[in-house]
Design a protein around this ligand. Structure first.
Ligand code: AMP
Length: 193
């Protein structure tokens, strides 16, 4: 099963993707996680990406497309994957199409978590507090001001990605404002259908 998870930052993509991983045994390919790992390891990609990520902007299409192209070649991605945080621009969506077409593969579904953006800043503040309370590191870009910049980037560059898939009849919208368990069952239903 090859899936894409769309939705603004803080919509719950990561939480729901983790559940799908456990249930369906496919890896979660989060470009945010891959970039954070590259930053932590101090790789050339990480060095280029760090400042942009800290400021809440989008890393270049070239870099992100490159890491996804490499990642989907790995053995665990052969049985399928769930893309979380990618594609974030039209150029990335088109690049993914060519990558998959080149391998004779198709996407099964694109799930879009729809949320009320005015509630997202509160959610992100809570996420930062919970991480802190659990003794986990708080993401620098979960600072409320940086978060607003991430939301702006979403509305400017990423919001057009969902209609791209909708036109092809591949998009399933999910109400992301419901409690986590209800969002999870809506996703289960979408994947069963
Ligand atoms: P995320 O964990 O998905 O919220 O991503 C964290 C940050 O990584 C984003 O704010 C961007 O700076 C960068 N990033 C992650 N995925 C992408 C992508 N597909 N295109 C561009 N930048 C990305």
């Amino acid at each position: 099963m090859r899936l894409i998870f769309l939705g603004p930052p803080g919509a719950g993509k990561g939480t729901q993707a983790t559940r799908i991983v456990a249930k369906h045994g496919i890896p979660q390919l989060s470009t945010g996680d891959m970039l954070r790992a590259a930053v932590a390891a101090g790789t050339p990609v990480g060095l280029k990406a760090k400042a942009v990520m800290d400021a809440g902007g989008l890393v270049s299409d070239e870099i992100v497309i490159g890491i996804v192209a490499d990642r989907i070649e790995e053995a665990d991605a052969k049985k399928g994957f769930i893309l979380d945080g990618f594609p974030r621009t039209l150029a990335q969506a088109e690049a993914l199409d060519s990558m998959l077409a080149g391998k004779g593969l198709k996407l099964d579904k694109v799930l879009e978590l729809r949320v009320d953006q005015s509630k997202l800043v509160d959610r992100i503040v809570r996420r930062a507090e919970e991480a802190k309370a659990a003794g986990q590191p708080v993401r620098k870009d979960d600072d409320p001001e940086v978060f607003k910049t991430r939301l702006e980037a979403y509305n400017r560059d990423t919001a057009i990605v969902a209609p791209y898939y909708e036109k092809r009849g591949q998009l399933t919208p999910i109400d992301g404002m419901q409690p986590i368990e209800q969002v999870a069952s809506a996703i289960d239903q979408a994947l069963a259908g």
